[in-house]
Write a protein that binds this ligand. Structure first.
Ligand SMILES: [Zn+2]
Length: 279
C-alpha cells in the first residue's frame, strides 16, 4: 500500500549502519566510576543502567539550528510521501506538548503531525518533528498514545536520528548545505535534497537500533508522570500491539515490527514504573 513505511529497501544500508553503530556508540555509556556507584543488585537487574547518567546535547553532531532546518526539509519530504490530516491532530498536539515539556529537551519547539494510514506507526525526525498514524490514534487511549508520544520525544532528546546521520557517507555534504541554507528553496536546498536522497532520506533517519529503542522507552516512561500521564499506558500499549501482532502483523509499522521483543519492553517498563514508585 502506498502510505506504507517500507524499510526493506534500506535493509542492507541499515545493517551496515548497525554494525558501525555498535562500534562507535559510546555517548550514553557511563564511565566505570558511574557504573560502580550503583548498587550491585540494581546494576545486575537494571535494564536501563546505561542511560541513567547520560547527558544529552548536540555536541559532536549538527548544531540545534541546523538540526531544526534539517527537520523542516525532511518534513517537506514526508508531506510528499504521506497524506497528513487534521483528524485527531488536536489530541496529538495536546498530549505531545505535555511530553515535550516534561522531557529533557523542553526548550525545543516540537511539531506534531497525523498521517492518514491503516498502518499502526509513529516516528520522529530531527528538530522535533513527530508523526503518528490515524490507525495508532484509533486504537490507543490517552495514556497509551501519550506513551508513544513520550517515546518519540525521547528519540529527539537523545538525538538518535542525528547520530544515525553522522555515520552516513553524505554527512559532510548535508552539514555544509545546512550551514549555507537560508530558505527552503534555491540551489542549496536542491543540493541538500540530492544529498538526503542519496542517504535514503527521511526514512533512513527513523530506523533505530535496539539500544536506541530501549533508551527512548526509558526517557519516555520517565517523563510520563511529569506529563500528568499514567506510565502504565506504555505497558497496555505494548500489550495491545502484541495482540495485533498475533492477529495481523501487517498492520504494525516499522516502529513496532522491528522489535519482536515487545514482551521484554513490557518487563523493562514495569521495572521502571516500580522503581519510580519507590522514590
Ligand atoms: Zn522508537
Amino acid at each position: 500500500m502506498k502510505t506504507r513505511i517500507r524499510i526493506l529497501p534500506f535493509a542492507l544500508l541499515i545493517i551496515s549502519l548497525l554494525l558501525t553503530a555498535t562500534v562507535q556508540r559510546g555517548n550514553a555509556v557511563p564511565t566505570e566510576s558511574a557504573r560502580s556507584s550503583t548498587t550491585p543488585s540494581s546494576q545486575y537487574d537494571d535494564p536501563y543502567v546505561d542511560f541513567r547518567n547520560a547527558r544529552y546535547s548536540n555536541a559532536g553532531l549538527l548544531n540545534e539550528r541546523e538540526e531544526i532546518k534539517l527537520g523542516v526539509q525532511l518534513h517537506r519530504e514526508v508531506t510528499k510521501k504521506y497524506n497528513l490530516t487534521d483528524a485527531g491532530l488536536a489530541r496529538v498536539e495536546r498530549l505531545g506538548q505535555r511530553c515535550a515539556r516534561a522531557g529533557l529537551r523542553s526548550n525545543l519547539s516540537y511539531k506534531f503531525h497525523v498521517i492518514q494510514s491503516r498502518e499502526i506507526n509513529g516516528f520522529s525526525l530531527p528538530g522535533g518533528q513527530i508523526y503518528i498514524t490515524t490507525a495508532l490514534l484509533n486504537m490507543a487511549n490517552d495514556d497509551e498514545l501519550g506513551g508513544v508520544l513520550c517515546h518519540e520525544v525521547g528519540h529527539v532528546v537523545a538525538r538518535h536520528s542525528l547520530k544515525t546521520l553522522k555515520k552516513s557517507r553524505e554527512y559532510d555534504d548535508i552539514a555544509n548545505s545546512l550551514g549555507e541554507l537560508t530558505g527552503v528553496a534555491g540551489s542549496i536546498a536542491r543540493d541538500l535534497g540530492v544529498a538526503l536522497g542519496k542517504m535514503g532520506g527521511a526514512l533512513m533517519l527513523t530506523v533505530h537500533t535496539r539500544e536506541e529503542e530501549r533508551e527512548a522507552d526509558f526517557l519516555g516512561v520517565r517523563s510520563m508522570p511529569g506529563a500528568s500521564m499514567d506510565p502504565q499506558g506504555m505497558i497496555t500499549m505494548f500489550q495491545k500491539l502484541l495482540k495485533i501482532e498475533e492477529r495481523d502483523s501487517d498492520l504494525l509499522g516499522s516502529l513496532f515490527s522491528d522489535h519482536p521483543d515487545a514482551q521484554e519492553r513490557i518487563e523493562n517498563t514495569r521495572y521502571e514504573i516500580a522503581r519510580m514508585r519507590r522514590r
